[in-house]
Design a protein around this ligand. Structure first.
Ligand SMILES: *[C@@H]1O[C@H](CO)[C@@H](O)[C@H](O)[C@H]1NC(C)=O
Ligand SMILES: *[C@@H]1O[C@H](CO)[C@@H](O)[C@H](O)[C@H]1NC(C)=O
Ligand SMILES: *[C@@H]1O[C@H](CO)[C@@H](O)[C@H](O)[C@H]1NC(C)=O
Ligand SMILES: *[C@@H]1O[C@H](CO)[C@@H](O)[C@H](O)[C@H]1NC(C)=O
Ligand SMILES: *[C@@H]1O[C@H](CO)[C@@H](O)[C@H](O)[C@H]1NC(C)=O
Ligand SMILES: *[C@@H]1O[C@H](CO)[C@@H](O)[C@H](O)[C@H]1NC(C)=O
Ligand SMILES: *[C@@H]1O[C@H](CO)[C@@H](O)[C@H](O)[C@H]1NC(C)=O
Length: 535
C-alpha cells in the first residue's frame, strides 16, 4: 500500500520533472547571462581586487551566488558559467587556466572556484529564483603545459580518466580550416599548452563521456550545456552526447557560413548554436556597414537552419573583442544590446557588456566585473533590465511569443525594424547604426492596430497608432526604439512615468542633442550654433 503510494508520488514527480525539463522549447523563453567564474565575483565580495589578465583573479561559485541579484534584477532567467572541472596546474608560458578550459580530470571539480557543494548550492540558488543553469563543457581536448617543442611530449598518466595515449589522436597541428578531418582530428593551438585531442570516434571515449555527462547533469542539477569547440569534435559524437545529457545544448560552431552552421541542425547533430551567423554582419553593420546584410543573413538562417529560434543571439562573448573595443559609441552599444535581447532566438549577454567594458582580444576581454562596482545604474544595465523585462512580460502574455519568428517591417542601410509576437504581446523594435551624433528625423512604422496606444520603452514616451496601425518614430542621437502596447505595460514595471513623444531637436554642428521633447513642447539648446528641427 505504502509502496504503491510512493510509486504514484514518484510517477507524479517524474511527470512534473518532464514538464519542467530544460529542453529546447523551455530554453527558447529564457535569456542568458554568461559568466566567467574567475572574473565575475569573489567570495570576499571585493570590488577592488587587482586582476592580472593571464592569471587567476579568484572569482568563485560562492561569489556568483552572492551576486545573483545583480543578474536577476537585470531580468535574466538563466546563467551560463565557464567550465567546472579540474584543470592542469602546470605553469605555462600562456598563463594560468583561470578560464577553466584546460581540463585534466573530469571527475573532480575545479577547487579554484569552490567545492562540489558550492556548485550544487549555485544550482539550488538559481532554481529557487526560477533561473536555469547552463554549464560549459570541453570534450575536444585535455590540456597540459609543455615546452613548445613540437611534437608536444604529454604525460597522459596525469589525465583522468583518459590516462593513456590510446584515448587521443596522434599529434598533428590544425592547419587546414576547410578540411573537417584536419580540424577535427588534429590538435588546436600548440602554444604554451598542448591541447591533446581526444579520439571522440573511439567507442571507449564515447561511452565514458556519455556516462560522465549524464552524471554531471544529475549531480549538479544542470539545465543546459554549452559544448566548447563542438566543430572540432567529429559529427557523430555530438547527438549521442547531447542525448545522454538529457538537456538542451548550444554547441560552439565558429563560422559565418550558413550551410556550415545550419547543417548541425539539419543533420540533427545539435539542438542549438551561438548565432555566429548574425555576429559578423551585425558587427559590420554597426561599424560602417549596412543593416541590409543583417536582414539578408536572417533570411538565410531562416531557410537554412531547421530551428533558427534555438540559436543564441549575441554580440559579445569571452572569445571575441568587446563591442566597445571596436567602437566606443554608447548609442551603437544600445542598439546592439537591443538587437541581442529582442531578436529571435535565445539572448546571451556576456558579463561586462552591460558595463560597456571595452577590452580587446583574449584575455583582455575578460575584465573582472567587480571593477565596475556592479553598477546597476550603468546605462546599458538599465537598458538590458528594461528589455529583458519587456521580453519576459511578452512571454507571460503569450506563450507563443518566444516561438514566433519576427516579421521584418523595414530594413535599409541604417535601420532594421521588426515585429515579434502575436497581437497584444508584440514588441516592435528598430535598431539603427547612426551612432550618438545621428540626425533627427521621423519615420512611419507599422506593427500595431489602428488607434492603439503604444509606449516607446527606451525614452518612456507614448504615441498613438494612426488609422493604418502605423506610428511615427521620432529618431535622434542614434537611439534604438522599442514599442509595446500600453495595455501590455500593465504591471510590467517598465516605465514608471511617460511623456508624449515628439520631434527631437538637433544642432547643426552635427553634435546632436536629443531633448526628449515632452507633449510636443519643443525645448531647444542654445549652444552658439543654429538649432534646427528636423521632423
Ligand atoms: C588568488 O589566490 C591565490 C591563492 O590561491 C593567491 O596566490 C593569489 O595571489 C590570488 N590572486 C588574487 C588576484 O587575489
Ligand atoms: C600550426 O598551424 C598554424 C596554422 O593553422 C600555424 O600558424 C602555426 O604556426 C602552426 N604551429 C605549429 C607549432 O606548428
Ligand atoms: C584533410 O586532413 C587530413 C588530416 O590532416 C589529411 O589526411 C587529408 O589528406 C586532408 N584532405 C585533403 C583533401 O586535403
Ligand atoms: C556523481 O556523483 C556520484 C555519487 O557521489 C559520483 O560517484 C560520481 O563520480 C559523480 N559524477 C560526476 C561526473 O560528478
Ligand atoms: C537517447 O537516450 C535514451 C535514454 O538515455 C536512450 O534510450 C536512447 O537510445 C538514446 N538515443 C540515441 C539516439 O542515442
Ligand atoms: C554608475 O553609473 C552611472 C551611470 O553611468 C554613473 O552616473 C555613476 O557615477 C556610476 N556609479 C559609480 C559608483 O561608478
Ligand atoms: C507604415 O509602416 C510601414 C513600415 O512598417 C511603411 O512601409 C508604410 O509606408 C507606413 N505607412 C504609411 C502610411 O506611412
Amino acid at each position: 500500500m505504502r509502496a504503491s503510494v510512493l510509486n504514484v508520488a514518484a510517477a507524479a514527480m517524474a511527470l512534473t520533472g518532464l514538464c519542467e525539463a530544460a529542453d529546447v522549447e523551455a530554453w527558447k523563453s529564457r535569456s542568458i547571462y554568461q559568466v566567467m567564474i574567475d572574473r565575475f565575483a569573489r567570495t570576499d565580495g571585493s570590488t577592488t581586487a587587482e586582476c592580472e589578465a593571464y592569471l587567476f583573479c579568484n572569482g568563485s561559485w560562492t561569489g556568483l551566488i552572492n551576486k545573483l541579484d545583480y543578474i536577476q534584477d537585470m531580468g535574466f532567467t538563466a546563467v551560463q558559467i565557464s567550465p567546472v572541472v579540474k584543470n592542469t596546474e602546470d605553469d605555462t608560458s600562456v598563463g594560468e587556466p583561470y578560464h577553466g578550459y584546460w581540463t585534466e580530470d573530469i571527475y573532480e571539480v575545479n577547487h579554484h572556484f569552490g567545492t562540489a557543494d558550492d556548485l550544487k548550492n549555485l544550482a539550488a540558488e538559481l532554481h529557487k529564483r526560477d533561473m536555469f543553469l547552463m554549464v560549459d563543457v570541453v570534450v575536444n581536448n585535455f590540456a597540459q603545459g609543455f615546452d613548445n617543442k613540437i611534437p608536444p611530449k604529454v604525460d597522459y598518466s596525469k589525465f583522468v580518466p583518459f590516462n593513456n595515449e590510446d584515448y587521443f589522436h596522434p599529434y598533428c597541428n590544425v592547419t587546414e580550416w576547410e578540411n573537417a578531418t584536419n580540424y577535427q582530428d588534429c590538435w588546436l593551438y600548440p602554444y604554451g599548452v598542448a591541447l591533446a585531442d581526444l579520439d571522440t570516434e573511439s567507442p571507449k571515449v564515447v561511452n565514458v563521456f556519455n556516462k560522465w555527462i549524464k552524471e554531471l547533469v544529475s549531480n549538479y542539477s544542470i539545465d543546459g550545456l554549452r559544448i566548447d569547440a563542438a566543430k572540432h569534435v567529429n559529427d557523430a559524437f555530438l547527438p549521442s552526447f547531447v542525448n545522454a545529457s538529457g538537456v538542451f545544448a548550444f554547441g560552439e560552431v565558429l563560422t559565418g557560413v550558413t550551410e556550415d552552421m545550419c547543417r548541425y541542425q539539419t543533420m540533427n547533430l545539435l539542438p542549438g548554436m551561438p548565432n555566429y551567423l548574425d555576429y559578423y554582419p551585425l558587427n559590420a553593420a554597426f561599424n560602417g556597414g549596412s543593416l541590409i546584410d543583417v536582414e539578408n543573413m536572417r533570411k538565410e538562417a531562416r531557410t537554412g537552419c531547421t530551428d533558427p529560434l534555438a540559436l543564441g543571439s549575441f554580440i559579445e562573448n569571452h572569445d571575441m573583442p568587446r563591442f566597445a573595443a571596436v567602437n566606443p559609441d554608447m548609442a551603437l552599444a544600445k542598439n546592439a544590446m537591443t538587437y541581442v535581447l529582442l531578436n529571435d532566438g535565445i539572448p546571451t549577454v556576456y558579463q561586462g557588456q552591460e558595463q560597456h567594458f571595452s577590452g580587446n582580444s583574449t584575455p583582455f576581454n575578460r575584465e573582472p566585473l567587480w571593477q565596475s562596482g556592479y553598477n546597476t545604474s550603468a546605462e546599458l544595465y538599465v537598458l538590458a533590465q528594461k528589455l529583458n523585462r519587456a521580453r519576459n512580460n511578452a512571454i507571460k502574455l503569450s506563450d507563443l511569443y518566444a516561438t514566433t519568428p519576427s516579421d521584418t517591417l523595414w530594413a535599409d542601410v541604417n535601420h532594421l525594424c521588426t515585429k515579434k509576437g502575436p497581437w497584444g504581446s508584440q514588441i516592435v523594435f528598430c535598431v539603427n547604426n547612426k551612432a550618438s551624433n545621428g540626425d533627427a528625423y521621423s519615420v512611419s512604422i507599422g506593427g500595431f492596430q489602428p488607434s492603439d496606444s503604444v509606449v516607446e520603452l527606451v525614452s518612456c514616451t507614448t504615441a498613438t497608432a494612426d488609422a493604418t496601425g502605423n506610428i511615427t518614430m521620432y529618431m535622434g542621437a542614434g537611439e534604438p526604439k522599442v514599442y509595446i502596447t500600453a495595455s501590455a505595460m500593465q504591471g510590467a514595471d517598465l516605465c514608471p512615468q511617460t511623456t508624449v513623444d515628439g520631434p527631437k531637436t538637433v544642432t547643426k554642428s552635427g553634435a546632436a542633442s536629443v531633448m526628449g521633447a515632452a507633449g510636443g513642447v519643443l525645448m531647444t539648446v542654445v549652444v552658439g550654433v543654429a538649432t534646427v528641427l528636423l521632423v
